[in-house]
Design a protein around this ligand. Structure first.
Ligand code: HEM
Length: 463
């Protein structure tokens, strides 16, 4: 059920009253606080780490009107993701303002509906299939790299975003669009998401000319473009490849083809889940290598000695062939886990890291905060790929490193994302060195994935 803003707030307040009649919330900042609400947007990591130090691994922060329980640390993560998995629901915990865009895809659903669709989509994410689309990833990366010129300055976040969208349309959805249709799809998708980059008060405004009105119009265009693609494939009798092909050949419990709305929701959800995550990870990886010359030299040396001047083959993108690059990638995902927060709602009382949490409460785990606990990662703000040397990685407790979540709802696109990141790194870093114009700690935006606020600019140097 989708509620309007006022109805949702009323619903949340009534629910809190019911909960607090018979239970206590974990300690923390329970009073309404505009400063905490603002800080969860401007400096979430600082706010969470401060609360963890003051109140321990499980604490409450009231955000706007709603108390949210945060669970930070290896033990609580493992309980939420694996041990006490059945005490949580995703749908009621997800960011409600993304519902109109995502519909009923994997990120928003629970129970048998979710499980059946995850099973249906799984073949598109298995090793053999990903290896078969890795060539497309490298092709697109090579074409993009060839457009770079020595001495050029690029805003890398936007540059990779366009490239990642082209890769996702082809290698994920199986859409082999001409340039015009590709541009139409890509710009409608970006415009539907642009509202999340606006300040929160502006996001809430309704009426002509507002970011919300623009988002709704863009979403209509996107829906039309995806529906046209689905109709085109249905009319031609050829379901085509990629995830769209899978969905178009599937049937429901009664043997009927899936409805257009259902196919659209799953396709858009995958595009959303897979696009910005890889984009920001690659941007942050390049930034960290740029300001850590020793780590960068080690990666370049490995690429030169393993690949020389040839392009990477699909089986060299599986994570084993280039261990130095792999450690830098893991460290990037520690410092900047794109999906930094996992929102849920409890379906029953549950004990997390020794703290009782009542049923019907919003609970968020945060990989980002956990990855910056000094008890797990000494000097946590330092970029140090050697933390992921095999023996050091093996010594980390369960739940300490969760950039892809874990358990039965672990990121479905993990392998796709990892292959894509390696394809981009192998292709670009072999041809060019990207030197950051600023080596400062990047300013972070959460819109809703972690990204560099205002982008990151690099000078292209031919290698
Ligand atoms: C570096 C890249 C990526 C990162 C860091 C990442 C991270 C995550 C995380 C942390 C979750 C679980 C969130 C939670 O527990 O609340 C998740 C779920 C998911 N991701 Fe990713 N992701 C990445 C790439 C991708 C890609 C490329 C795709 C698709 C092609 C994708 C599709 C999904 C889907 C469908 C889910 C929901 C799975 C389910 O509930 O069954 N992700 N991702």
């Amino acid at each position: 059920m989708r509620l309007g803003l006022a109805a949702r707030i009323g619903d949340d307040l009534r629910r809190e009253l019911r909960v607090r009649r018979h239970s206590r919330l974990p300690p923390g900042s329970l009073a309404p606080s505009w400063s905490n609400t603002r800080r969860i947007i401007s400096d979430p990591l600082g706010l969470l780490l401060e609360h963890e130090r003051r109140f321990g691994p499980v604490f409450t922060i009231r955000l706007l009107h709603e108390p949210i329980v945060w669970a930070i640390g290896a033990e609580a993560n493992h309980q939420i993701l694996v041990g006490e998995f059945d005490a949580f629901q995703w749908r009621e915990g997800r960011f409600a303002d993304l519902w109109p865009l995502l519909g009923d895809g994997l990120l928003n659903t629970d129970g048998p509906y979710h499980r059946d669709f995850r099973m249906l989509l799984l073949p598109a994410f298995q090793r053999d299939h990903i290896a078969s689309v890795a060539e497309t990833m490298v092709d697109q990366a090579v074409a993009a790299a060839e457009s770079l010129r020595d001495g050029q300055v690029i805003e890398l976040y936007r540059w990779v975003r366009e490239l990642a969208l082209r890769i996702a349309l082809r290698a994920l959805l199986g859409i082999d669009a001409d340039a015009r249709r590709e541009h139409e799809l890509a710009s409608a998708f970006e415009a539907s998401l642009a509202i999340h980059g606006e300040p929160v008060p502006l996001q809430m405004l309704a009426g002509p000319g507002t970011p919300r009105a623009r988002a709704i119009a863009a979403q209509r265009t996107l829906d039309r473009a995806v529906r046209d693609e689905i109709d085109r494939r249905r009319r031609s009798g050829d379901p085509g490849g990629g995830v769209l092909g899978l969905l178009l050949t599937a049937t429901d419990g009664d043997g009927r083809p899936l409805g257009t709305r259902c196919v659209r929701d799953h396709a858009i959800t995958l595009l959303f889940a897979g696009h910005d995550t890889t984009t920001t990870t690659f941007t942050f990886l390049t930034h960290e290598l740029g300001r850590n010359p020793r780590a960068r030299d080690a990666v370049e040396h490995e690429l030169d000695s393993v690949l020389g001047t040839r392009r990477a083959a699909a089986d060299e993108l599986d994570g084993r062939a280039l261990p130095v690059l792999e450690r830098s990638l893991k460290e990037t995902l520690r410092r900047y886990p794109a999906a930094w927060v996992g929102p849920r709602r409890t379906t029953r009382d549950v004990t997390l890291a020794g703290v009782r949490v009542p049923a019907q409460i919003g609970v968020h785990y945060s990989s980002w905060a956990t990855h910056h606990l000094p008890q797990l990662y000494p000097d946590p703000f330092r970029f140090e790929p050697d933390r992921f040397l095999p023996e050091r990685e093996a010594a980390l407790p369960r739940g300490a490193y969760v950039p892809f979540g874990g358990g039965s709802r672990m990121c479905l696109g993990k392998r796709f994302g990892e292959y894509e990141l390696r394809a981009l790194a192998c292709t670009l870093y072999r041809r060019v060195r990207l030197e950051p114009l600023s080596t400062d700690e990047p300013r972070i935006a959460t819109t809703p994935t972690l990204g560099p606020r205002g982008g990151l600019r690099f000078l292209v140097r031919a290698r």
